[in-house]
Ligand binder design. Sequence first.
Ligand code: SDX
Length: 429
Amino acid sequence: MGERSASLAIDSAEPIELPIYPASVGPAVIDVGALTRLGYFTYDPGFVSTAACASAITYIDGDAGVLLHRGYPIEQLAQQSDYLELCQLLLNGELPAASDKRAFADAIRSESAVDGRIEGLFAGFQEDAHPMSMLCSATAALASLYHDSMDSDDADCRLATAKRLIAKVPTLAAMCFRHSRGEPFVPPREDLDYAGNFLHMMFASPGKDYAVNPVLARAFDRIFLLHADHEQNASTSTVRLAGSTGANPYACIAAGMAALWGPSHGGANEAVLNMLAEIGSPENIDPYIARAKDRDDPFRIMGFGHRVYKSYDPRAKVMQETCHEVLAELGVDHDPTLKMAQRLEQIALEDEYFVEKRLYPNVDFYSGIILKAIGLPVSMYTAIFATGRTPGWIAHWMEMVSAPYKIGRPRQLYTGVGRREYVPSAERA
Ligand code: SDX
């Protein structure tokens, strides 16, 4: 890679040269591998300034609020592309030709049904099981069907796995929703597109016609698109770490789902609605803002802040526009929850604390309001996020396993006691 290097002098030792590798866009990296020979590790809890891999899939400039998928800005993709086309872009690196796009959509539709043995899993869940507990389990269970046909060294096998996951995760997510309502599952239809099929599997009544609302279908397509990938976030890094052991890709994606579930990550959309419900009315916002600013109070404004974005999350802007479109279509654009969110956003963006720490709304701030207006329970929101993120997770898994890779094995700063001899219980105090 690059010719530059960083000199590191430790105490009086001779300085060592650490290679610097240039990025195609954004920060270069310093290869610190030589440190172990000197008896040192780097120390970076939370990986704030650590690049764990090289990747060509997504680029984020957090200061400028830029998000590029294979070089294309998220704003242009949201306005001009669609979710399955973005899936192909993430997987293959290029926008597909019209014929390839049709073939991919047909392949996904043909794979969207779920084996009856996976359906049988749901009988073991109580109805009030959290959808993410069911989705993680059912996704990992797909490995039981395809484990023996999984050869991650084979490109065709990797692509078949990618299509299978992109096709089946929304069906599993819809099954989680139906199970939580005690309703029978609705199988996917051959005559509907991806988002239309999702709506149908979620809301259709068996034996009755279900008319897909094109505004809601477009909204879901855009919600999935906005969540499709986001560089080396916690859940994607989890997928890569699990994949680095050679684990089955279905298990790796299930691991990513588990990581996404946390309220600091993909669980934030659910946490935003719970927070807005707890605040209750715009008059109560100020005390919560005060709590968010109190270092001794663990309360955070959910849907605000981001490790990378120190300006407005570009996805949040598109999500806000979609929110207004959906609520207007549903005739609920005076929804008190939306009004509360807008008031909270306005107060926070004008508050010195949030300005100084560069805390802005992120992708999760408005998504939950759209999903609430469409009629989804709060517990389903992260499952929607996981459905959207599946192509990103699988694209990173494919990128890693299609080239030489090492098992991920971080080191530590040991702070425990040094060696000591065992004391038989009779001799202990
Ligand atoms: C997602 O990584 C990704 O790309 C994730 C994601 C994706 O697409 O994969 O974008 C999706 O997970 C979005 C984030 C969703 N989470 C939330 O909305 C939860 C609320 N946000 C915070 O928990 C926080 O902002 C994080 C977890 C998102 C970011 O964590 P950081 O960067 O480690 O934040 P930090 O704690 O270092 O924040 C810096 C300062 C701290 O104060 P000081 O220690 O400097 O005094 O800002 C404060 C934080 O206390 N802060 C907040 C805050 N977020 C950060 N204070 C109040 N409210 C907040 N929301």
